[in-house]
Design a protein around this ligand. Structure first.
Ligand SMILES: [Zn+2]
Length: 234
């Protein structure tokens, strides 16, 4: 009976996981997100895609390009989401006046056409990943982001809300998805906004002890140390 009640209370209490177990799970989620090794929908491992850690250094400027007439309030919604992600990452973010001054270009599409990825698949929203690894789109020393694009649906408020922080986190350095934690980066039951776990992982990615251009093994070692500290402080 005692064993059963222990098991039941363990099911009810998250605190049954030791900090080490929680930390291990977070490190694995960090790996999924930053180095893109999460299993796909069929459970097969996706090959490591990112050769090294990428992130923004310094101020991040963004510009919103509007096509058609989006629903009211969507520009402000983008501002709020960028401010929230920027605050957790410890990066100053501001809206640029001109397209030429931008690091992240949002396209808010309020026309009746869907986006095409590689000319084929249709999508309501996406972030351009390939752009990051194009020559000239990173600083010489590698890993420091310079340009990215996000495409959002301007006529579908619910889809827009479900997409927004997910796509912003993609261009902040979380290229992959993860199913290991409650996350806005899950491909299945996705949260609209960053969860506390997402915030911890983003803080770790932007910690001064990790650097753009860092290789996977070293980055994971340092992320583990950072996450232990972040967990202890939470
Ligand atoms: Zn995604």
């Amino acid at each position: 009976m005692r064993v059963i009640s222990l098991i039941v209370s363990c099911l009810l209490l998250v605190s049954c996981n030791s900090p080490e177990e929680v930390n291990q799970r977070l490190v694995q989620a960090f790996d999924d997100l930053v180095f893109f090794v999460a299993p796909d929908r069929q459970g097969a491992e996706v090959r490591q895609w990112n050769p090294y850690l990428v992130r923004w250094e310094g101020e991040v400027r963004y510009f919103v390009q509007v096509e058609g007439s989006p629903e009211p309030g969507m520009l402000e919604q983008i501002d709020r989401a960028m401010a929230r992600v920027g605050a957790v990452a410890g990066r100053k973010v501001s809206r640029a006046e001109k397209l030429t001054e931008t690091n992240i270009t949002f396209t808010l599409n309020a026309t009746d056409r869907d986006y095409r990825i590689n000319g084929a698949e249709r999508a309501s929203c996406y972030a351009n990943i390939d752009e990051i690894f194009k020559p000239g789109n990173q600083s010489e020393d590698g890993g420091k982001l310079k340009k990215a694009s996000i495409y959002l649906p301007g006529m579908r408020p619910r889809v827009m809300t479900a997409c927004l922080e997910h796509e912003i986190l993609h261009v902040f350095g979380f290229w992959g998805h993860t199913q290991r934690i409650r996350s806005t980066m899950s491909s299945f039951v996705s949260e609209n906004e960053m969860t506390k776990w997402d915030e911890m992982l983003l803080k770790a990615l932007y910690s001064p002890n990790l650097e753009p251009g860092m290789k996977r093994e070293e980055a994971l070692k340092r992320a583990e140390q950072e996450l232990l500290l972040i967990l202890a402080a939470s």
